[in-house]
Write a protein that binds this ligand. Structure first.
Ligand code: ADP
Ligand code: MG
Length: 848
């Protein structure tokens, strides 16, 4: 017997409507299919029996064999509880009930062996089990139970309202009984045999009712693979569709700006990785599809120059470019750096942030719109609606994770707009003119027909015409208007809407075909066509007019611009995401990686010091400053407004000022509560070398570039996450000198903090650090992935099942390579499953 898996869960025996409601609300289970995809979190080993003296406070379920030797009732605040003494040959424990006491007391037999199953809690030196599952030993032995009993995800509400794990198991069993355990296969035969995957039916059976641990792992492997395979398939298809459907601005040539810069002004040789990435970008820009690329590169790997040279490609093709950075400081620094490079090339470049003056702003808006301004750098101020480009060809976003996906897509809409609809009308006119010159004789004929038609208009046409003119639509209609080779009945030119009235003779098949063709051609030129029959108009003209009014409302008027061709997008991040995770999270982006630092860099030496060693640390930085180096001291500021953190920073500043007194030592301080101008002033003093020490909060985390700074001291380093620590460390090691990073912490460290410090000391490799970070925090916390929903996997785990993910991606890629349309008969099963999954969007909530 087979069941339709799309059947609502209400129809499963033993569920009913109130349980169904709970299942929907609490677990998102709507259909049989959802239920079957509710996979156990874990399995309880029911082969093991505990002795009472073996019990431990682990909060796990255990089973104990013993006898009830007595009952007592204990009064408590509200009502009373029933307590049974449960005994085996090693000791005693308590079984406790808060409800149903009368019935329980009557049904349980004293001094008979029972198996008690449940969670154990210790109170004093005694263990107790509340509301245990109790089964007489006799019955227990007769039961065939699987060695591994599934434990399903649950919620408090579910268990309070009577859907316990046992009930879930029962419901699941019912589904297997009803379906005869037969479920349609979802992976092709050849793939299954190649990867030794068990069948879908067997996998589902064994994941819910494992016959053995070996079969369980086979079942899990198969289901994890399937889940990841279809996600990868979807991501790859999405990427392919994106490439074929989203038109990009064709950057056909490499021109003067790029070549001159490359030949005459490039301040250093590009690293191999930089060259490779530039080639990848160049290929994207030259294709007809929109570039949507993520550029990953460790701090200091030289992403900026790659960004700049990409912008030159845009300029060479007559387009504008912009670069958006997350902070004022960083965008100012980009601006200052790039301005230098632009000067000799005569490229106009401006900076726009929220603190730009109004007059300046106005100038920028103007020169952007008329195309004089070629490059715009700035913060998210670039996203404001007032900022309109004449023809934005490339948008670059630095430090992607600080901007949401929504902001990325906002940039899309800043591309050059295709001609507004009013000039579609021009197009239509041109077509018309062309038509007149090409076939003047027919045009004459059309003209004659036109006036003829006007004279001979039907009653229906007459009614409609009067109504259209009488109705206060604020829109003008014409009748018997010539468009291309057609005479249309009514037209509203402002909205490009055509209304046709079909007389009796429109009923023949040939005429219908001709009408369709005519509609198609008119659509192509940019008109919407609606049709009415004579009867509709004479029958209920008000209804017809309402309909027309609705259509007019829904249509953009001629002033509204058409969808734009999106600019190419390059997203740069220094927070490396392990490649596999990136593939899953940013599946719609192509990925480039700069995995090579510019030559001559000395690896930063990182050490971990406890606060009590501060004197030594200060001695060390004094030596460094005497050698002419500069120092960063960074304090955590989890929230820029947190008073405590602010106090830490000020206290720190005071103590440093005491140890390094003026005038010999000059200290800058920068934090989030300062005005942007003051921040900038202090930053500039440090950049120019007027101050030797920069005391700061994490505002300097991103992008600041002071090659002479050689020591980074991170205070309360245990409070920073790994990727943040790595980012901060990247502020030093930018010059030729040996650089140092000193992690200061208190003595008491959690295991995770210890691991973070050790990792930082051991490696400078951002990708390695990202992997550790991912392991420590789990994928949900990784920047930018929270909202993506891609990690809401049903059975697979993106980190633990990384190897399976790789297999799955490989298979998906190969499959699409050999059979891009999934047209081969053996891949029919893939096509069907894919269609189903995308139709019933239960696991496909990816970022778009
Ligand atoms: P990030 O990738 O962190 O943005 P930057 O682009 O700021 O790195 O580059 C860091 C420093 O390295 C800059 O001072 C830059 O001029 C320099 N740099 C970049 N590429 C090279 C190279 N190929 N050779 C030498 N120095 C380079
Ligand atoms: Mg940078």
């Amino acid at each position: 017997m087979s069941v339709n898996l799309q059947t609502p869960i209400d129809y499963l025996k033993g569920v009913g409507s109130s349980r169904a409601d709970l299942l929907r609300k609490e677990l998102g289970i709507h259909t049989f299919q959802d239920l079957i995809n509710l996979f156990p979190n874990r399995y309880i080993d029911r082969t093991r029996y505990y002795k009472i003296n073996e019990l431990q406070q682990t909060n796990a379920e255990v089973q104990v064999i013993g006898k009830i030797t007595g009952f007592k009732e204990v009064a408590q605040k509200r009502g009373k509880r029933l307590v049974a003494t449960f005994q085996d040959d090693t000791g005693t424990m308590e079984l406790v009930w808060f409800r149903g006491q009368k019935w329980i007391r009557e049904s349980l037999k004293a001094n008979k062996p029972y198996v008690a199953f449940g969670k154990c809690n210790a109170f004093g030196n005694k263990f107790s089990m509340a509301h245990p599952d109790l089964e007489l030993m006799e019955a227990h032995e007769k039961n065939i139970r699987s060695a591994m009993q599934p434990v399903y995800p649950s919620t408090e509400k579910l268990s309070n309202r009577g859907i316990s794990n046992r009930v879930l198991c029962k419901i699941m069993q019912q589904l297997f009984i009803d379906s005869g355990g037969k479920f349609a296969e979802t992976l092709p035969e050849n793939m299954r045999s190649e990867l030794h995957l068990i069948s879908k039916s067997s996998a589902l059976f064994n994941v819910h009712f494992p016959k053995s641990s070996e079969l369980l792992s086979k079942a899990q492997f198969r289901l994890k693979f399937e889940e990841l395979f279809y996600i990868q398939l979807q991501l790859i298809i999405k990427n392919l569709v994106h490439k074929s459907k989203i038109k990009g601005l064709p950057f056909t040539k490499v021109g003067d700006y790029f070549n001159t810069f490359f030949r005459e002004q490039l301040p250093f040789d590009l690293t191999g990785a930089q060259k490779r990435v530039l080639k990848e970008i160049r290929a994207d820009l030259g294709s007809n599809a929109q570039m949507n690329r993520l550029l990953q590169g460790d701090v200091g790997s030289g992403k900026t120059i790659v960004a700049f040279m990409s912008m030159l490609m845009a300029l060479d093709n007559g387009f504008q470019a912009c670069l958006m950075a997350p902070t004022e400081i960083l965008s100012a620094q980009h601006f200052n750096g790039l301005q230098e490079l632009c000067k000799p090339l005569n490229i106009s470049i401006s900076l726009l942030t929220s603190s730009s003056k109004t007059s300046e702003r106005r100038k920028i808006h103007e020169s952007l719109e008329n195309g004089e301004l070629q490059i715009l750098i700035g913060t998210h101020a670039l996203l404001e609606d007032k900022v309109k480009f004449k023809n934005l060809g490339l948008a670059i976003v630095d430090e992607q994770h600080r901007f949401g996906v929504a902001q990325r897509s906002k940039l899309w809409r800043k591309g050059p707009t295709s001609p507004p609809q009013s000039s579609r009308r021009e197009e239509a006119k041109k077509v018309l003119q062309k038509y007149m010159t090409a076939r003047p004789s027919t045009y004459k004929l059309l003209k004659e027909l036109q006036s003829e038609n006007k004279k001979k208009s039907t009653q229906a046409e007459q009614i409609l015409w009067e109504s259209l003119r009488g109705k206060k639509l604020d829109l003008k209609f014409r009748r018997q208007h010539i468009i291309d080779e057609f005479i249309v009945d009514f037209i509203c030119i402002e909205k490009n809407l055509i209304i046709e009235v079909d007389g009796g003779y429109h009923n023949t098949i040939e005429q219908k075909e001709a009408d369709d063709l005519r509609t198609k051609i008119l659509n192509e030129i940019g008109f919407k066509v609606i049709r009415f029959t004579n009867e509709q108009i004479t029958g209920d003209i008000d209804n017809v007019l309402d309909y027309i009014e609705k259509q007019l409302k829904s249509l953009p008027s001629g002033e509204i611009r058409e969808a734009s061709i999106p600019p190419h997008i390059l997203v740069m991040t220094a927070t490396p995401i392990p490649r596999t995770l990136a593939m899953s999270v940013y599946g719609d982006l192509d990925i480039s990686i700069i995995d090579e630092l510019p030559p001559g860099r000395k690896a930063i030496k990182t050490v971990h010091r406890f606060d009590k060693n501060r004197l030594n640390v200060f001695r060390f930085i004094r030596d460094e400053m005497d050698k002419g180096r500069q120092i960063y001291i960074v304090y955590p500021l989890i929230q820029e407004s947190e008073k405590m953190d602010y106090k830490d920073l000020m206290d720190g500043y005071d103590s440093i000022a005491r140890d390094f007194p003026m005038p010999k030592y000059q200290i800058s301080i920068v934090h989030g509560q300062m005005k942007p101008a003051d921040k900038e002033f202090e930053m500039q003093r440090f950049i120019k070398g007027e101050t030797q020490i920069m005391v700061a909060t994490t505002v300097i985390e991103v992008g600041v570039n002071v090659p002479n700074a050689s020591v980074m001291i991170i205070e309360s380093a245990e409070r920073f996450g790994l990727s943040q620590l790595h980012q901060l460390r990247g502020r030093v090691g930018r010059g030729a000198e040996q650089s140092y990073c000193i992690l200061m912490t208190g003595h008491q460290l959690s295991a995770d903090s210890k691991t973070r410090m050790e990792t930082m000391v051991q490696t400078n490799d951002g990708f390695e650090i990202a992997e550790v970070d991912l392991r420590l925090r789990g994928p949900g916390d990784i920047m930018g992935t929270q909202q993506s929903g891609v990690l809401n996997l049903k059975i697979a785990d993106i980190i633990k099942d990384n190897d399976i993910l790789k297999h799955a991606r490989h298979q998906a890629k190969n499959l699409l390579k050999t059979d891009p349309k999934l047209a081969l008969p053996e891949n029919q099963v893939v096509l069907n499953t894919y269609k189903q999954l995308t139709r019933f969007k239960n696991i496909w909530n990816y970022i778009s």
